[in-house]
Ligand binder design. Structure first.
Ligand code: SF4
Length: 210
């Protein structure tokens, strides 16, 4: 795909949604970190349902620690992998309290050192809580980047590197949200809604639907 097409795609996505953000509910960097940690292989809707009850009683790492693993489990048992997620939540909170003064570090290495936090989660937190131009490549972004040929790659790291390289500065902070939302609601995994897609004429996918 050429530079002009990429620019036009980003321009249209921005015009369609000038202030995009995550669909996870949060009111602080800490809540965002925990919500993203809980969202692995789970829908944002299911995470929001659980955190609506969890966050009012545990808004800080210290309060979460007081709940303990079993207390956290009680609130997140409707989410997949809740056992390991509860354990990682408590381990992460302990490190935040002991090593980071109960704050979320604005630092990739420190974030990725937290249990249950990988590159993708760190990218989301750096982007959405701190405004860094990072791009967390999830399943939706990976699919959309490959189908459209905007940033094709065989794995998420290759796609991430190409997106960082190809996306102009003015779009970098928001591109992650636009691609997730477009992939989730329009360029869906099973049957993309090409007939209703605002970038259909620019997309280079060979098997478009009506
Ligand atoms: S035209 Fe179809 S394949 Fe291309 S981005 Fe739109 S929905 Fe996805």
């Amino acid at each position: 795909m050429n530079k002009e097409k990429r620019y036009e795609i980003l321009t249209r996505l921005r015009a369609n949604d000038p202030n995009p953000t995550t669909e996870l509910d949060f009111t602080s960097p800490f809540e965002l970190l925990i919500a993203v940690l809980l969202s692995a292989q789970a829908t944002d809707v299911s995470v929001n349902k659980a955190t609506a009850k969890l966050f009012p009683i545990a808004r800080t790492p210290d309060e979460m620690l007081k709940l303990g693993v079993d207390g956290v489990k009680q609130h997140i048992k409707t989410i997949g992998l809740f056992n390991s997620k509860a354990e990682n939540t408590i381990k992460t909170c302990r490190i935040l309290v002991e090593q980071h003064n109960s704050q979320i570090p604005e630092n990739r290495e420190a974030l990725e050192a937290l249990p249950g936090v990988g590159r993708k989660t760190a990218n989301v937190v750096l982007n959405t809580a701190f405004g860094w131009p990072t791009i967390a490549v999830d399943t939706h972004i990976f699919r959309l980047s490959n189908r459209t040929r905007f940033a094709p790659g065989k794995d998420v790291v290759e796609v991430e590197k190409k997106l960082i390289k190809f996306v102009p500065k003015e779009f970098k902070v928001d591109v992650h949200h636009w691609f997730i939302l477009h992939g989730r609601y329009v360029c869906t995994a099973r049957r993309p809604k090409c007939g209703a897609c605002i970038i259909e004429d620019l997309c280079e996918f060979k098997e478009k639907t009506d």
